[in-house]
Unconditional design. Structure first.
Length: 397
């Protein structure tokens, strides 16, 4: 058998998490796909074309677990997370059920609420006056939790609990399966209780939980396990990914005053700038499991092995994007893969785009000038989703 293009690569290495892009550039020139023994073994393709073809090849690559680490089939309990963890054909049925709730028209209806949430957060920051400010914990990390809580019909008052679950499942738990499964159990128990309450409610509210309880596939109601799994995904999938994008965009604007000034002067560029921030700072890396022996870019992969989908690497591939490491705020052609590619492409992309746009518009209108606080470090977490943990800023200099 041909020698594997092996390297020692740790997706959780703090230096890599701080700035993953030079490593991805190096790997891309070294070999289209490399293998590391870390975390039970991972293949890492870095070219857009290969990452795209893996996402589209559901015959060879399964989504049964999309975590970058953790049990593979046969190694322990896998997280049931429909539709992200489903393969064809059932995937399409579940996805079809959810699409209307995340259509452009449906998300337009959520925009006023999002503006209110953003406005309140900004008013709190402005009312405090000058002093140290952490745009990650005081701003970015609140917006998506509050929005999805309202959409699902769960109390915003439990925001701290939801954030704690995200932290334990996707951050701390990303490489500590026992932390992850304890938190996942709490989420499932919470939603199981809510579903029971709803079923007993003679006039249930008009929200996503009620919708899922009434939903049918081929004339049959959704299995309870599926309803809980879907609610789990809807709560988890859109929180740290979106707060990551808000945080990274603010980090960019704090460190690139020319881009900040341009966006303040030309707010009409915002929709294109949002796409560019998503491309440049794509937060999510997903995974697949090879269903059978196959190849990636001519390199042999064995059945059962884990293959990462580092969308952040795909989005800086010079074969696809000119000036890949620069923010071109008015980039005309921008077919980035921040939301994934293929059948699992992000269901919440309209929502995420709207939240990012509204958050940045609100922030720039209130705080047109800001920079990094030289006395406090920006810190990042990474692995499955890279995001700013703290983003200390100074306003208005
Ligand atoms: C900037 C924010 C976001 C990013 C970067 C992002 C990224 C992604 C990516 C890369 C995938 C593909 C997964 C795969 O191929 O295995 C995905 C799928 C998904 N995302 Fe997002 N996401 C974001 C926001 C959201 C939001 C706000 C929601 C709303 C609840 C959401 C819900 C989902 C769901 C349900 C899937 C699974 C779709 C399927 O399997 O058919 N995401 N997302």
């Amino acid at each position: 058998m041909a020698v594997r293009p092996s390297i020692d690569f740790d997706i959780f290495d703090p230096d890599f998490v701080r700035d993953p892009f030079p490593t991805y550039d190096r790997l891309r020139t070294q070999s289209p796909v490399v293998y590391t023994e870390r975390w039970g073994g991972q293949w890492i393709p870095t070219r857009y074309a290969d990452i795209e073809s893996i996402t589209r090849d559901t015959d060879h690559f399964s989504s049964v677990t999309v975590s970058v680490v953790g049990p593979k089939p046969g190694e322990g309990p896998l997280l049931i997370a429909p539709p992200v963890s489903l393969d064809p054909p059932i995937h399409a049925d579940v996805r079809r059920l959810l699409l209307p709730a995340f259509s452009v028209a449906a998300i337009d209806r959520v925009e006023p609420l999002t503006r209110t949430i953003v406005g309140e957060l900004i008013a709190d920051i402005a009312a405090r006056g000058p002093g140290p400010l952490d745009a990650a914990t005081e701003f970015a990390q609140h917006v998506p939790v509050r929005v999805i809580a309202a959409m699902l019909g769960i109390p915003v008052a439990l925001e701290a609990t939801f954030t704690n679950w995200v932290d334990r499942i996707l951050k701390v738990g990303a490489n500590q399966p026992e932390v992850q499964s304890a938190a996942a159990r709490e989420v499932r128990e919470y939603f199981a209780g809510l579903v029971e309450e709803r079923r007993a409610d003679p006039s249930p509210p008009d929200d996503l939980i009620t919708y899922l309880i009434g939903a049918q596939i081929d004339g049959a109601p959704l299995d309870r396990k599926y309803i809980i799994g879907i609610l789990f995904v809807l709560l988890m999938a859109g929180i740290d990914t979106t707060w990551s994008s808000i945080g990274s965009s603010l980090w960019h604007l704090a460190t690139h005053p020319e881009d900040r000034e341009r966006l303040v002067a030309q707010p009409e560029l915002m929709p294109m700038a949002v796409e560019e921030f998503l491309r440049l700072y794509s937060p999510a890396t997903m995974a697949r499991i090879a269903r059978q022996d196959c190849e990636i870019a001519g390199v042999a992969v064995r059945a059962g092995e884990r293959v990462l989908l580092p969308f952040p690497a795909a989005n800086r591939d010079p074969a696809v994007f000119s000036r890949p490491d620069e923010a071109v705020l008015d980039r005309e052609i921008n077919r980035h893969s921040a939301f994934g590619l293929g059948i699992h492409r992000c269901l919440g992309s309209n929502l995420a785009r709207m939240e990012l746009r509204v958050a940045l518009e609100g922030w720039l209108a209130a705080f047109p000038s800001f920079e990094l606080d030289p006395d406090h470090a920006v810190t990042w977490t990474g692995g499955q989703v890279r995001s700013a943990k703290t983003l200390p800023l100074i306003l208005g200099r």
